[in-house]
Design a protein around this ligand. Structure first.
Ligand code: 3H9
Length: 700
């Protein structure tokens, strides 16, 4: 036996502890060692039974995801779990922390389950494009109510210990200090009455009629549009009701292995690792960060109040400063509303809610209230003069070493830093609205920002449960810069003959949460107008300008907030319906420009939109604005509604082939050589036969 699973006999009970940092994943070494340990338990004349537990704060984080896609190495996890289940001596799972995926399946192979109050359990395989592949779909519905099992397996939702006890997944809950003793007592009880040992996969097949599965399939189709593996999960659970033990297990394995080779599996696992890699910023890895306790926020609009909500929920003391008492009161009311919703959704505990409203949150007037803050985040009007004025004032009152952050979404952070005497402390923290809900945070590192401040920003993000991505300074940083570019592709297609409604439909079919014209209406036609006005002086003379939305702006059709934009919003269609008047205006605009409209298939719309996104993504890399292609993917997954099961734009580019993307760009360049000029990096990668994945792997 190797050291990945230790074997210790305590009072006649063998404690098998999986010790394989960081998450005790069931890698080949662990499977091998578990096999040895279970065989040893059964050979050990002094052992009455066994306990299976995890070392550290995690039970088992699942199968080793890094092994997926490689040649399988025996012994397979299902074999080990069968061995545990078939063990003549009882084995109790002592769940000391999270038990996920294969970890949960290991506990289902055991003969009883005891968890600590902080333990969580679930089968998150669907979030990785898979289904449970080590008996989870066959054993869980034999243990708990089949509807609950279906829900857990198709959603990947994790249960708290209390929920697990409630539904019968846990037999007991024990405090961490008592966990092994309780498990040992239970193992002894089972050893004394072997006829009471439940071997889940041998229990009678669970019963459910076909309508249960049809309903589950319909719900999955609606909720996980485009994804295939949730449907396979339903098939696997249904197999448990229809087939005998061996055939059910074989069907689960077949479905699991067939999903293993799909692009969706590759994309979702790429997304998992990409999110974790985004936190790897080489220049800050050795910097220790002093604890952050107080966060100051300037500006109490939707954004400032959202940031304040998120910071307060993360446990920080928060001081929000407004210009006038009335605005401060309004900001407090917004925060209170946000917190009430969090309470309702159980993402905030009543005690924390009370603490925030009682002492952790202060809304007031006057910058002097920020003199003790460790981090100050400015969220005022998006205008350089206004922001510079705020930073001049902050420079005078902020304590030494405080982080001075701007929440600008595109302005030059260097120019903001330049008005202070401490540019090394100035950084961009670009939150996305609503800031207490959206996961993405772009950490914008200006020329003089110190490593300490970057490290503090990542620490803050971690505590606020944000997905932070390092970005460099340019107009729009990573996300908004790329968005500004591919948004034009949609405008060009619209002017050349595609209706905004067909474009939106093609892109939501691709998997985007919303199409670009739906987004324009949601954000406000006035916002897009202001952006075009701001960019006008810097516009390249060869850039094709589409002023159609300007006409909507001048009519006062500002989108959802006025009930009319590209779409009409009324009682009949609260989510919007096509506007024949907009279509007629478009016909007129095309005629005025002498454009003979042509048709675009949904596929061409998707191809052009994606080619534009990937091309600008490559330029962002070329300019050093993003550290690696996977960081761009993370930005789009966490902040721009990109379908996770496609992995992000750069992963998608690899999937369809960079040469395909480049060929498309070159073809489109015949009609607009300026817009469709290929990124040098894309040309270089194609010439060298490389992919974005190669760049990801090469990056630290
Ligand atoms: C499965 O089980 C299939 C079976 O049904 C059938 C098999 C036949 N493997 O998240 P963290 C790495 S599918 C390999 O920052 P935390 C992670 O990349 C699996 N590596 O920690 C990171 O590395 P790095 C189903 C893994 O404490 C480091 O560990 N299971 C795995 O915030 C720390 O990770 C899941 O889907 C893994 N399974 O959270 C659970 N997991 O430092 C996936 C993590 O180099 N894992 N790593 O960046 C998680 O949800 C979280 O990692 C967990 C810990 C909650 C466990």
């Amino acid at each position: 036996m190797t050291e990945t699973v230790t074997y210790e006999l305590i009072d006649g009970i063998a404690v098998l502890t999986i010790a394989h940092p960081p998450v005790n994943a069931t890698s080949q070494k662990v499977r091998e060692a578990l096999k040895d340990a279970v065989l040893r338990l059964n050979d050990d004349a002094d052992a009455l039974g066994g306990i299976l537990t995890g070392d550290g704060s995690i039970f088992v984080g699942g199968a080793d995801i890094r092994e997926f896609g490689k040649t399988p190495m025996p012994p397979a996890l299902p074999e080990i779990i069968n061995l545990i289940e078939d063990s003549a001596k009882p084995i109790v799972a002592a769940i000391n922390g999270v038990a996920l995926g294969g970890g949960c399946e290991l506990t289902l192979g055991a003969h009883a389950r005891i968890g600590t109050p902080g333990a969580r359990i679930g089968l998150p395989e669907v979030t990785l494009g898979l289904i449970p592949g080590a008996g989870g779909t066959q054993r869980l519905p034999r243990l708990i109510e089949i509807g609950t099992a279906l829900d857990l397996i198709t959603s990947g939702r994790q249960l708290t210990a209390a929920e697990a006890l409630d539904c019968g997944l846990f037999d007991q809950i024990a405090e961490p200090a008592d966990l092994l003793a309780s498990a040992s007592a239970l193992a002894r009880e089972l050893a004394a009455a072997p006829q009471t040992i439940r071997r889940l996969s041998y229990l009678p097949a669970p019963q459910a009629d076909a309508s249960v599965f049809e309903k589950a399939r319909a719900a999955c189709r609606a909720r996980y549009k485009g994804q295939i593996n949730q449907l396979a999960a339903v098939d696997a659970v249904e197999a448990a009701t229809r087939l005998d033990r061996e055939a059910g297990m074989a069907e689960e394995r077949r479905l699991f292995l067939s999903l293993m080779s799909t692009p969706q599996r590759a994309a979702l696992i790429h997304a998992f690792f990409a999110e974790r890699k985004a936190a790897h910023v080489p220049d800050i890895k050795d910097i220790a960060v002093e604890p952050i306790e107080e966060v100051g926020i300037i500006g109490g609009g939707t954004m400032g109040a959202g940031i304040a909500t998120a910071a307060a929920m993360a446990g920080y003391r928060v001081t929000l400063v407004e210009r006038e008492e009335e605005f401060a009161a309004r900001a407090r009311a917004t925060i209170e509303k946000n917190l009430a919703r969090a309470l309702e959704r159980k993402t905030l505990k009543p005690a924390d809610h009370a603490a925030i409203l009682g002492e952790r949150l202060k809304t007031c007037v006057g910058y002097e209230n920020l003199s003790t803050a460790d981090v100050i985040i400015e969220a005022v009007f998006e205008n350089m003069d206004v922001k510079q004025e705020v930073f001049r004032a902050l420079d005078g009152i902020a304590k030494k070493g405080a982080t001075l952050a701007t929440n600008t979404s595109y302005l030059d952070v260097n120019a903001i830093a330049a008005v202070t005497s401490r540019p090394e402390d100035v950084i961009g923290l670009h939150f996305f609205s609503p800031a207490h809900v959206m996961r993405l945070l772009e950490v914008v590192v200006a020329d003089k920002t110190s490593g300490t401040q970057v490290a503090r920003a990542f620490a803050l993000a971690r505590r606020m449960k944000k997905t932070a991505v390092r970005a460099g300074v340019c107009d729009g940083f990573i996300g908004n810069r790329i968005l500004a570019h591919y948004r034009l592709a949609a405008d060009y297609m619209m002017m050349d003959g595609a209706s905004p409604y067909d474009i939106d439909a093609a892109l939501t079919d691709f998997g985007f949460a919303m199409g670009p014209f739906q987004v324009a209406d949601l954000a406000g036609i006035d916002i897009g107008y202001a952006t075009r006005q701001r960019r006008a002086p810097a516009r390249h003379p060869d850039e094709r300008y589409v002023g159609f939305a300007d006409a909507l702006y001048h009519k006062g059709w500002l989108g959802q907030k006025t009930g009319r934009g590209f779409y009409i919003y009324d009682a009949e269609a609260p989510k919007g319906r096509p506007d024949p008047e907009v279509s007629a205006m478009l016909d007129g605009a095309r005629k005025a420009e002498g454009i003979a409209p042509r048709t675009f298939t949904a596929e061409e719309i998707q191809d052009r939109y994606m080619a534009a996104m990937i091309n600008e993504g490559a330029r962002v890399l070329e300019d050093g604005i993003a550290q690696r292609p996977s960081d761009i993917d993370v930005v789009f997954l966490a902040g721009y509604g990109f379908p996770r099961w496609r992995g992000g734009p750069m992963q998608y580019a690899d999937e369809i082939g960079l040469d395909t993307v480049l060929n498309r760009i070159r073809t489109y360049a015949a009609e607009d050589a300026h817009y469709w000029s290929p990124a040098r990096l894309l040309e270089k990668l194609v010439a060298e036969g490389k992919t974005f994945k190669d760049l990801n792997e090469a990056s630290a």
